[in-house]
Design a protein around this ligand. Structure first.
Ligand code: PLP
Length: 417
């Protein structure tokens, strides 16, 4: 049997196992077995440059010594206790998040396990706010193009038919508006009471789409004027991804709450809600909690990750490498332009060939993703240097050239001579 046949048989075996044992939810592109820095290896030993970073999660790359040490040390000390108890790791993380977010004394932190769970907590925060202000019927508003998670509450805030329709009826009391300044004005000009506006500073799953210029400032003015909470879903944009600790800090607005997850513990599951000002007084004993949320293991990893980002000044690297990557990509074949901030980058294509670009890059040993038909997203580790930028640039350009020439050939063949 040739090496190729062995590989084919091994691939068929794990794909069969996945089909037999895992729920059929798609996405089995390779069987990954190891990672180091910005590279991962599959079971055949093929090496990939990982520029998706577990969807904006692996902020320190793979198997980073700081991550490994934090997990190992805390696992060997105290991993879980229940929320009847506090731990030093949890208290340290809450204080760090308040400090980074600039909440001042009146900030409060809830620790959860995922972005979805953080957003569920934010929905309950909005309901408590509505009840406190005597407006039980007030709606929670979110934006078209948004992604806030897949649980039934977070899904209600995620207005995409393919995600929502099989699961109706969804959480009531939710309304959706277009991500425009006009729609924002209309929402508050109408008679409807609004409990909260939930927005992502950059819509990651929609293809890394920024909000219109001035959107968050106007959203802050209108929510304040109408007694609504401004809740920012920074699950993807937070924890340094955009070159700021949080994307709202670049806009000079102070939200009532932010939700976090993805990069917060660089690959260890953890979510968080940070509240500001009066919103910090809404929850009280008995209204919310989580068995695993805030466990000392996840908290210790987040503390170590935050410390490493600070010690190495990685936010400066995020900003510089982001600019470098965007400049490198502009002018490549099929590229219409770039969007995003720091190391959350959307690459707009001139044709709806994102799936083909993604697959071609994968075949050439580069992991990126295609959140929409005509956009590629990259979200590499904050630790990338010249070598990773150079490898990405040459591989991605080659993948784009391959796709472009395939389409040019198809067009020529299709043309009668
Ligand atoms: C990924 C994501 C979520 C969901 O987070 P999970 O950890 O997958 O539950 C929510 N909001 C945004 C903006 C996200 O990018």
């Amino acid at each position: 049997m040739s090496a190729h046949q062995t590989t084919d048989a091994a691939t068929a075996a794990w794909q069969d196992a996945a089909a037999r044992d895992l729920m059929s939810l798609g996405g089995r592109l390779a069987l990954l077995t190891r990672g180091e820095g910005s590279h991962v290896w599959d079971a055949d030993g093929t090496r990939y440059l990982d520029f998706l970073g577990g969807i904006a999660v692996n902020s320190l790359g793979h198997a980073h010594p700081v991550f490994v040490e934090a997990v190992s040390r805390q696992a060997a000390t105290l991993a879980h206790v229940s929320n009847y108890f506090a731990t030093p790791q949890q208290l340290e993380l809450a204080a760090r998040l308040k400090e980074l977010a600039g909440t001042g004394e009146r900030g409060r932190v809830f620790l959860a396990n995922s972005g979805t769970e953080a957003n569920e907590t934010a929905i309950k925060l909005a309901r408590l706010h509505a009840a406190k202000t005597g407006r039980q019927d007030a709606v929670i508003a979110s934006l078209h193009g948004a992604f806030h998670g897949r649980s039934t509450g977070a899904l209600a805030l995620t207005p995409k038919a393919a995600y929502q329709d099989p699961f109706r009826p969804l959480l009531p009391g939710v309304t959706h508006i277009e991500p425009t300044l006009e729609a924002l004005e209309e929402l508050f000009a109408g008679g409807e009471q609004v409990a909260a506006l939930v927005v992502e500073p950059i819509q990651g799953e929609a293809g890394v789409l920024p909000l219109p210029e001035g959107y968050l400032r106007r959203a802050r003015e209108l929510t304040t004027a109408h007694g609504a909470l401004l809740i920012l879903d920074e699950v993807q944009t937070g924890m340094g991804r955009t070159g700021h600790w949080f994307a709202f800090q670049a806009e000079g607005v102070a939200p009532d709450a932010i939700t976090l997850a993805k990069g917060i513990a660089a690959g260890f599951p953890l979510g968080a809600v940070v509240t500001f000002g009066d919103a910090s007084d809404l929850f009280y004993p008995g209204t919310h909690n989580s068995t695993f949320g805030g466990n000392p293991l996840a908290s210790a990893v987040a503390n170590a990750v935050i410390q490493e980002i600070q010690d190495r000044d990685l936010l400066a690297n995020v900003t510089a490498r982001g600019a470098q990557l965007r400049a490198a990509v502009e002018g490549m074949p099929l590229v219409a332009g770039t969007r995003g901030s720091g190391l959350l980058i959307g690459i707009a294509l001139t044709a709806p060939v994102a799936a083909e670009v993604r697959a071609t890059a994968h075949a050439r040993g580069l992991i990126v993703n295609a959140p929409t038909d005509d956009a590629i997203r990259i979200a590499p580790a904050y630790t990338i240097g010249d070598a990773e930028v150079a490898e990405f640039t040459s591989t991605f350009a080659a993948a784009l050239e391959e796709v472009a020439s395939r389409h040019a050939a198809a067009t020529t063949e299709g043309n009668p001579a």
